[in-house]
Ligand binder design. Structure first.
Ligand SMILES: Cc1ncc(COP(=O)(O)O)c(C=O)c1O
Length: 394
């Protein structure tokens, strides 16, 4: 007679298996560090390089594989790896494609942590970087050397919103064989299709539109080229950058509505940006879909849609303290970084600190959420009283 197993053992090694074939609109959430192999032969034959099977939670579960495939589709690419943040998608691309003695070129208006990564971390690994003016493809062409192995493109620039000549930047980079990485966070796979333009890698902060809730940090690196994907996947595995199943599930839940949300953010942002254009306090509204914004014609040549982001440059008579007072007086707009969530956000910047060639001035970068447009306009209007009040008290 076999000795009965203890209850604790019984609960861990319970014999019931749910039947296969369960189907529901939402994919399941699989959580695992350990993945169980059928036998030692299966364990020895494991292959982390493909999605044919599972090896360890860090290298993929049904939930993360599902999200990778959907992001590849969103991006118009073929292979995607997930990483724990948008910034990590930039880091993974740099680490996988660059080595000692190589150089990377980054637009001077790029998402600042990408520049900081190059300045403080890549430099310690013997990887050089220079900043280029994204609005001058000829200048980029003249900067390329045999050491330039990677050129980053961001369209539009994160805060100053200039829309570059993406096809010509790609052509310039390609002329010497440099790889092109594109930060596709703004376009989100909807406003433009970077692989159709010839980029090698698309890095995407899923934190923004794919998640859409302001409650998840995640990034994705997508390619069409299997060799390149293998390099990225190998670096990803060795760096240990997995994502949590619940976070992957949150993005999977939000993806079906991304096109609707993107269009709603776009519509609201353009209406509010046009309202700002009529305000006497404003020197310029930077929104690539508005005429007069830097690179507007280049945006129009590539895109029909735009993200819900724009910046307002205040008239030179207003100081940073006055603009801060305006931002502090906003009630519905909250002060905070990131974008693409339901809550509208505002962040003031001193232009000289972020892009000196853009000239002096104070700007506020707005991320338009999903509140009613009229309420947001009324909020901005009442907060403008604080701009004037600060001027009187100054
Ligand atoms: C253009 C761009 N790329 C990448 C990132 C990084 O995303 P995350 O916040 O997920 O690291 C951001 C974040 O604001 C961004 O604006």
């Amino acid at each position: 007679m076999t000795t009965p197993r203890d209850l604790s053992t019984e609960l861990i090694h319970h014999p019931y298996q749910a039947p296969a074939g369960f189907a529901a609109p939402q994919p399941g959430v699989f959580k695992a560090s350990t993945v169980i192999f059928q036998n030692t032969a299966a364990m020895r034959a494991r292959d982390w390089k493909s999605k044919a099977g599972y090896t360890y939670g860090l290298h993929g579960t049904p939930t993360t594989f599902m999200l990778e495939e959907r992001i590849a589709t969103l991006e118009g690419g073929r292979h995607t790896v997930l990483v724990p943040s948008g910034l990590a998608s930039i880091t993974l691309t740099d680490v996988a494609l660059l080595g000692h003695g190589d150089e990377v070129l980054i637009p001077d208006n790029a998402y600042n942590p990408s520049k900081e990564l190059a300045r403080h971390e890549l430099s310690r690994w013997g990887i050089a970087h220079r900043l280029y003016d994204p609005m001058d493809a000829n200048a980029l062409a003249s900067m390329l050397t045999p050491a330039t192995k990677l050129v980053w493109i961001e369209a539009p620039g994160s805060v100053t919103m200039e829309f570059p000549d993406v096809p010509n930047l790609i052509r310039a980079a390609r002329s010497t064989g440099a790889r092109v990485a594109f930060d596709n966070t703004w376009g989100a796979g909807i406003a433009l299709r970077p692989f159709e333009l010839g980029v090698d890698v698309s890095a995407h902060a899923l934190t923004k539109y794919p998640s859409g809730g302001g409650d998840v940090l995640m990034g994705a690196v997508t390619t069409c080229d299997p060799e390149l994907h293998l390099r990225l996947n190998a670096a990803h595995m060795r760096m240990g950058w997995g994502v949590a199943a619940n976070d992957a599930e949150a993005v999977l839940r939000a993806l079906p509505s991304i096109a609707l949300r993107y269009a709603a953010h776009d519509r609201a942002a353009r209406t509010i940006a046009r309202w700002w254009q009529r305000r006497p306090e404003v020197a310029q509204v930077l929104h690539p879909a508005l005429e007069g914004s830097p690179g507007h014609a280049l945006w129009a040549a590539l895109c029909t849609q735009a993200a819900g982001l724009f910046s307002v440059v205040f008239d030179a008579r207003y100081s940073l303290a006055q603009v801060d007072a305006f931002v502090d007086a906003l009630r519905l707009f909250k002060i905070g970084f990131s974008w693409a969530g339901p809550v509208s956000l505002a962040v003031p910047y001193d232009l000289r600190m972020i892009r000196p060639q853009a000239g002096p001035g104070v700007l506020v970068r707005f991320s338009i959420g999903l509140e009613a447009v009229d309420d947001l306009i009324r909020d901005a209007e009442q907060a403008l009283n604080a701009l004037g009040a600060e001027a009187r008290s100054a």
